[in-house]
Design a protein around this ligand. Sequence first.
Ligand code: ADP
Ligand code: MG
Length: 256
Amino acid sequence: MQKWTVANQKGGVGKTTTVITLAGLLAEAGQRVLMVDMDPQASLTQYLGQNCELPHLFGLFRDRQDLNAERVRQTLVTLPWVGMSLLAASPLLATVEKLGAQQGGMGMGKVLGDILQMLENDFDRVLIDTSPTLGVLLVNALACADRLILPVQTEFLALKGLERMLRTLGMVMRSQQRDLPYMILPTLYDKRTLASQQCLQQLRQTYGEAVATVVIGIDTRFRDASQAGVPPSLFGAHSRGVQAYREWLQQQGELP
Ligand SMILES: Nc1ncnc2c1ncn2[C@@H]1O[C@H](COP(=O)(O)OP(=O)(O)O)[C@@H](O)[C@H]1O
Ligand SMILES: [Mg+2]
């Protein structure tokens, strides 16, 4: 069960869109995909039409000391599309920080990893959506990941956000004494603007091979898909945006 975390300490860069688009494409290819919404804003959960008033994932964090696979499975939401499930978020997730404080923060960094370990045989792929806030939730999502995807909007302010994100990543890798492979995925690219082109060029100069060769362009079908509450791969299977994500997965050897 491969775990991919999608992160960037900046909002509106396409994290949630990346999670749901990749999830749809991998499920279509026959994988059993679990999406985990680690953002207290619960955008992914709401996108998928799920009630974020229930405790869901927060309940598992709260009851972390007596979890078992059965309990974790009961918390999963099975979505109406083949191969897609969700561990849903609620605004209560924002209080996970306090749960940790009550115990002096001990052992709070690997709760998500422990939860997912119980689902090891239930899924082929986990895609974790995160909040831009640096805190215990983001640390959990980074700590359990096999791989990191960093969507970066192709505009100059976004480069600062990326630097911040990479510092956080460095901190987590040092504390875990391991390497966490990451890939920068340029998003919201507008090929007609000089700003987008220059930003992409600078990304490639600074981060080289860590930048995906595929670029996700601006495509209004993503917004339409989210309004319809349907994964983009099922809403506009051949739209340019979905095609770009598909191509990226092909380059990763994840799709034929
Ligand atoms: N490639 C894209 N083209 C056009 N709109 C996009 C694209 N990617 C994301 N969006 C839209 O931009 C907004 C922010 O994207 P989202 O994935 O929610 O970002 P984040 O999770 O990083 O905050 C959403 O309305 C989404 O539909
Ligand atoms: Mg989001």
